[in-house]
Every structure is written in structure tokens, then in C-alpha cells.
Design a protein around this ligand. Structure first.
Ligand SMILES: [Fe+2]
Length: 344
């Protein structure tokens, strides 16, 4: 088998929105993203700690969707490795010339074995650093894309795919009595995660998360939302996660795209880093203060598109995994996320 591409980090998402001006009001006017570029049907956004063209593309379309999840790879040769890696797994692969998306060099697009549209890129246009342009910051003072959380009907398959891609495992939710693993957080950059897997109807995008400097940026955003009487956009939080230790807030835009505002997770770069394993019955795993999780958080996700822009059909979550799908002696993954926990 081909060695995997050397993925540096999760780098961007390409989202379909139904009303671009309404989306601009929310993403830019409320959350405070920087507009790097715009076209009649698209906005290219980034945070203030991002030195390349964008981490979010909002593109007008008929229905909300996630068109692509982008990974940045270390070298141009990694695009060749990516092409072979996914082709060997029976995935459709398309090589896209530089400039197909504003700010991006040549890319490899695929629909991965989980059914998600993935794009890998090496060259991204460098742009003016804005880290210390404090006068431009507003909203939540968005720094950068941190991670993508996907809903998939079989988490073990997701775990093994990303293990094959060289992702590290930072935290799990599992049943410590049976050894069944219910959810996994996996990373390439040296934070808690670039990707997380939530069991549920999929393939669907559960949420994308953006790092902000400090917890007070999240509290400040909540106050502004309250002052503007826009609390309908707050779905969950603010709170402290058990998994990842992050301080968080979940919002949903007018199209249902779920955005997590996220800060204060931790470094995972030491080579002897050991995963932290949460018991599935520990109510602090999702919220460290054991606040109940609102049902909508477990229910709503956004569909994903294939290489031709068509919605990929979804499958419902599987209550039990077959031995074949859960193959691998290291770990078995079941359901926490969107799943129902069954006591044994
Ligand atoms: Fe998250």
C-alpha cells in the first residue's frame, strides 16, 4: 500500500449557503471573520491567526451543504501520495488545476471511504498577517480553524481510515467495562484534534470549530448576541468540555451550519503522548460541569456533496458494528455522539 500523504492539518471547509448576504451578516458581522476575497456568489474568510488565503468558503447554492473538507499537505509530492492512497481504497479521485478555487494551488479531490468530500492541497496563497491588527478584530476574535467534526454511521471505520492516514489519537469515549470505544478525537497538528467522529446518520458534517484567544472572547460574543436579541443562534454552551478541556460555545447559522467557538485545549506533540480515555457513563465527558446536552445537538447535521455537486445519500447509524468493520485489535468503536447509550 502507498504511504499516506503527509497531512499538516485540517485547513478549510467549503460550505453552501442559501443567502450569501445573510451569511455575511452572520459570519462576518456577528462572528467577526475577516473577508479575504469575494465574488458574486462566494465569500472567502479567514481568522486573524491564519497566514493563508482562507479557512472558510461560503458559496451560494440551492440547499445548505458541505461541499469539501480541506487538508493541507506538506509537499507537492504528497498530492501524488494522496491520489494513490484514495484510489487504492476504491475512491473516485480528481486532480484539479491551480486556481480552481481562489487562493489554492493544484488540489486532489476525492470522496473518501466514509463518503466525505475531501480535498488536499499543498500550495495556498500567502496573505498579509493580521495577528496584531487588533483594531480589525470583532465578534469572537476568530483566530483559526481548529477542527472538523463529522457524523458517520460507523465510527470504527472512520477511526481506522484516519489511523491509516497517520493521525494521532488524543482522546476517546469508551465503555471501560467492555472495552468498546464510542468516539475518537484525532490529530495531525499538535492540538487535541483535526478530526472528530460522531456516530449518527451520515456522511454529514456535524460542526466546524474555530479557535479564539481566550474564554472571555466567547463570553463577550454571548453578551453581544444577547444585546442584539439573537439568542436563537446559540445552541449549546458556553461550557467546558471534558474531552479536550476546551471552553466552548455552539452556534448554528441560518442555514443550520453548526459552528463551535473553541479555546484552551492542550499540546499533543510529545511522541509518548497517551490518549485520555473517558468512560461513556461519565457525564463530564461532553460537558465538564455535567450540564445536560440539548437534544438538537445530537440531531442536526448538514449533508455533503460528491465530486459533481450532488448530495451524497446518507445511512442511519449502526447500533452494532460487524466484526469485519470493527477489525483491528487496538480499538473497537461504538456510539456516543449521536447514538443511544445502551447499558449492558
Ligand atoms: Fe468540536
Amino acid at each position: 500500500m502507498t504511504p499516506p500523504p503527509d497531512i499538516v492539518r485540517s485547513a478549510y471547509v467549503d460550505l453552501v449557503v442559501t443567502d450569501l448576504e445573510r451569511a455575511r451578516d452572520w459570519w462576518v458581522g456577528l462572528l467577526g471573520f475577516h473577508v479575504q476575497a469575494e465574488e458574486p456568489d462566494a465569500l472567502y474568510l479567514r481568522g486573524f491567526e491564519e497566514f493563508v488565503h482562507h479557512s472558510v468558503v461560503l458559496r451560494t447554492g440551492p440547499a445548505p451543504a458541505c461541499a469539501r473538507i480541506g487538508f493541507r499537505v506538506r509537499t507537492a509530492d504528497d498530492l501524488d501520495r494522496a491520489e494513490r492512497f484514495y484510489a487504492e481504497r476504491g475512491c473516485p479521485v480528481k486532480r484539479m488545476p491551480a486556481g480552481t478555487t481562489l487562493g489554492l494551488g493544484e488540489t486532489v479531490r476525492t470522496v473518501d471511504p466514509l463518503g466525505f468530500p475531501i480535498e488536499l492541497v499543498h500550495q495556498m496563497e500567502r496573505v498579509e498577517p493580521l495577528v496584531q491588527r487588533y483594531e480589525l478584530r470583532s465578534g469572537a476574535s476568530i483566530n483559526r480553524l481548529d477542527h472538523v467534526n463529522i457524523a458517520t454511521p460507523n465510527v470504527p471505520v472512520a477511526y481506522h481510515l484516519y489511523d491509516d492516514l497517520g493521525f494521532g489519537l488524543s482522546e476517546t469515549i469508551e465503555d471501560t467495562k467492555t472495552g468498546t470505544l464510542y468516539a475518537a478525537w484525532m490529530f495531525r497538528k499538535q492540538t487535541v484534534h483535526d478530526m472528530a467522529f460522531t456516530l449518527g446518520t451520515g456522511p454529514m458534517l456535524h460542526h466546524i470549530a474555530f479557535a479564539v484567544p481566550e474564554s472571555h472572547n466567547i463570553l463577550g460574543l454571548c453578551d453581544v448576541i444577547g444585546s442584539r436579541n439573537l439568542a436563537k443562534y446559540i445552541e449549546r454552551g458556553p461550557g467546558r468540555h471534558g474531552v479536550s478541556n476546551a471552553f466552548y460555545l455552539y452556534l448554528r447559522d441560518d442555514d443550520g451550519h453548526r459552528v463551535e467557538i473553541y479555546t484552551t485545549d492542550y499540546f499533543t506533540g510529545d511522541p509518548d503522548h497517551e490518549p485520555i480515555r473517558w468512560d461513556v457513563h461519565d457525564e463530564r465527558r461532553r460537558d465538564f460541569w455535567a450540564n445536560p446536552i440539548v437534544p438538537t445537538w445530537y440531531q442536526g447535521s448538514v449533508g455533503v456533496l460528491d465530486l459533481d455537486g450532488n448530495t451524497i445519500p446518507t445511512r442511519d447509524q449502526e447500533e452494532a458494528t460487524t466484526e469485519k468493520e470493527a477489525a483491528g485489535p487496538r480499538v473497537k468503536v461504538g456510539a456516543d455522539g449521536l447514538g443511544i447509550i445502551v447499558e449492558d
